[in-house]
Design a protein around this ligand. Structure first.
Ligand SMILES: [Zn+2]
Length: 295
């Protein structure tokens, strides 16, 4: 733990904190963001910046940003939903800004000596604040709101599109798909892979929330014990169709839109595709399989 702490010199000759790179968390809620007022004794003290810090060797950049936000601003990792990031790449060193939305109301507070204040700011006020130079650069690109992307997976249709023996054990095939979807949640997907109709602003990698609609004998997976408590496991939810799969997929897509997310429905089902409204984005199972890490 803490093996990333220390100063390093990047390929451009700057001195940076975090031997393995660093990451920060930008929590956005409508037009509001959480910022930390850095203590005067710190590097660039007195400026406003994101809670963040050095990445450790056992962490991905999202886990590092979430841990630092908890250590510095009392933001519980379970209270936010990460939905994308941008990387400021300095060759041998990089800084990753992870964007997240509150899952529950968040009241940040000062919890260590690195901060003199931690609070919500309206985006319009952030423009006028004295900002840490790294954050000032990122803010120009990240100021505008981007709606998180939610994948709604028609599991029976996606599994049925590959003749791999799934019909012998539907629940088993669904568990294998879930495992690969959790890996996809960790990896995220490059913005360039998103279908037309999805807008992502300056984000280069999208972290997806994934709702997997299951039905019939595959619905047994819904009662599985929860997956390990890493941040990515919270991104994947299974839902058993109460009536039929198509109706549930439609409802989940409508719900995502209602809470300000951009749903991408994954199905090849003709009837379902035609009942989705024009403003809903639909892709086929081959789009998903191309992106899924090997299971
Ligand atoms: Zn640098």
């Amino acid at each position: 733990m803490g093996d990333g702490n220390g100063w390093t010199i990047c390929a451009f000759g700057h001195r940076h904190w975090g031997r393995l790179g660093a990451a920060g968390l930008l929590v956005k809620d409508g037009g509001q963001v959480i910022l930390q007022h850095r203590a005067d004794w710190t590097h660039e003290g007195g400026t406003w910046a994101l809670p963040g810090g050095a990445r450790d060797s056992h962490e991905d950049c999202v886990a590092a940003a979430l841990r630092e936000a908890e250590e510095e601003a009392a933001i519980s990792p379970a209270a936010v939903v990460p939905y994308g990031y941008v990387v400021d790449d300095h060759g041998s060193w990089s800084y990753t800004t992870v964007l997240a939305r509150p899952r529950n109301p968040i009241q940040p507070r000062v919890v260590n000596a690195e901060s003199q204040d931690v609070r919500w700011w309206a985006a319009g006020d952030v423009d006028r604040l004295p900002k840490h130079p790294g954050f000032a650069t990122a803010w120009v690109a990240l100021r505008d709101d981007v709606a998180p992307v939610m994948l709604v997976i028609d599991a029976a249709n996606v599994i049925g599109s590959r003749a791999d023996g799934w019909w012998r054990d539907r629940a088993g095939a669904t568990r294998r798909l879930l495992g690969r979807l959790r890996s996809l949640a960790v990896a995220g997907i490059p913005a360039s892979e998103l279908p037309e109709g999805i807008t992502v602003g300056a984000l280069t990698t999208l972290l997806l929330r994934i709702t997997v609609v299951v039905e019939g004998s595959a619905a047994a997976v819904v009662t599985d014990p929860p997956a390990a408590s890493c941040w990515a496991a919270r991104q994947v939810t299974t839902v058993a169709a109460t009536r039929d799969g198509d109706t549930e997929v439609l409802q989940q897509a409508k719900h995502a839109q209602a809470v300000g997310e951009q749903p991408v429905v994954v199905t090849a089902d003709r009837a379902l595709r035609s009942s989705l409204a024009r403003d809903e984005v639909v892709v086929g199972p081959s789009w998903l399989y191309r992106l899924l890490p090997r299971g």
